[in-house]
Design a protein. Structure first.
Length: 89
């Protein structure tokens, strides 16, 4: 099972989501930004790293919101959801 994170990024009352590419797993589905948790990395560290890599923004991770497990044909994931309290470009 893969452990992944999802960030809830809110700016001016808008929530950032992204559409997966047509060649990705689960093509054209909408998702929150985030990524796979690396070995010895906490969910909070993962989100900080992913937001820097994907969007070149620094974030302050808020309190843990929850987790869910999803089963797909290509495998299972455990999704950790955390809000971003503050972020800047």
């Amino acid at each position: 099972m893969k452990n992944v994170t999802a960030a809830i990024l809110i700016n001016d009352g808008k929530i950032l989501i992204a559409k997966r590419g047509p060649r990705d797993k689960l093509p054209n589905k909408w998702e929150f930004p985030g990524g796979k948790i690396e070995h010895r990395e906490t969910p909070e560290e993962c989100l900080k790293r992913e937001m820097q890599e994907e969007f070149q923004i620094e974030v302050m991770v808020g309190e843990f919101l929850g987790e869910s497990v999803y089963h797909y044909n290509h495998g299972s994931i455990r999704l950790y959801v955390l809000p971003e309290r503050r972020w800047r470009f």
